[in-house]
Write a protein that binds this ligand. Sequence first.
Ligand code: FDA
Length: 303
Amino acid sequence: MLKESMLYLARQESIRTFVVGNQATRRMARRFVAGETLEEAIGAAQKLNARHIGVSLDHLGENVADAGKARATADEYVRTLDRIQASGVEANISVKLTALGLDIDKDLCRANLMQVLRRAQEYNAFVRVDMEGSDYTEHTVALVSDLHRQFSNVGTVIQSYLYRSPDDVAQLIDQGVRVRLVKGAYLEDPTLAFPHKADVDAQYVLLMRALLERGVYPAIATHDERIIEEAIRIANAHGVARARFEFQMLYGIRRDLQERLAALGYNVRVYVPYGSQWYPYLTRRMAERPANMIFVMSNTFRK
Ligand code: FDA
């Protein structure tokens, strides 16, 4: 209920204007966002790499309503791939289809994604297509499955809160498409998604087991220690080598756990968002943990 209220409030324009315009909230956003420029993101990646942690760079932006902006996003991702290659950082990229124009025109979005995938293929780099709200799930799974025939370097994300996810996971396993498994961060209707966290967590473990046993290099993306312990237990019990999967976490969240897993020899990758369009991303991080909101607000009003 709290998560729903937080996501609803975040959509109010007056709140958005306040948060984006306020110096203190902007500073606090830096806990979750590496910076506004690509160079700041590369700097954050270098620091994580130094601690044996890989990175996925996300150029923030979503629900673009202008074709020119969608093309500019694809160009920015090509520049990001060039910069990753030139700097030698261990990083791949995460993209959102609505940032590449999905709300405007499916063909435009496909062409933009293909432009990014072609450059990534030249560098043997991996591209993860993030999963957005449930209006986009069907298209995202279909597009990634289709493009995977031509570009083996593309994968996507499955959310354990959706009832449909076992079918999607089974299909993607069959096709050899890499899956990042998450719980899901959007506001969804109970006709489409489990409303109770216990069910979301239970389905997560079910899907994680399938991916660890039969998937191609799955990414177990969670900060939930109980689930991480279960992943390690399943991998050990089924002889799944550490090199065959990775743990993923978000920039600025549970750094202690990221480092602990890396020190134990597990592959760990951190999702590093950067760019000026950080507000929707920040609101999802607030909604996941209302204590973050209290932290931000108390720092804001102390100024
Ligand atoms: P859960 O919410 O149960 O949290 C477990 C513990 O983690 C908490 O008790 C707390 O300690 C810590 N924690 C979790 N969130 C926190 C926060 N915001 N601040 C501080 N501590 C926090 N979603 C999506 O819909 N599409 C996507 O493409 C992605 N991509 C993605 C990539 C990566 C690498 C990660 C880790 C996550 C995503 N997500 C996502 C977000 C995901 O759906 C989910 O909302 C968050 O990961 C939070 O859920 P947990 O699995 O961490 O569990």
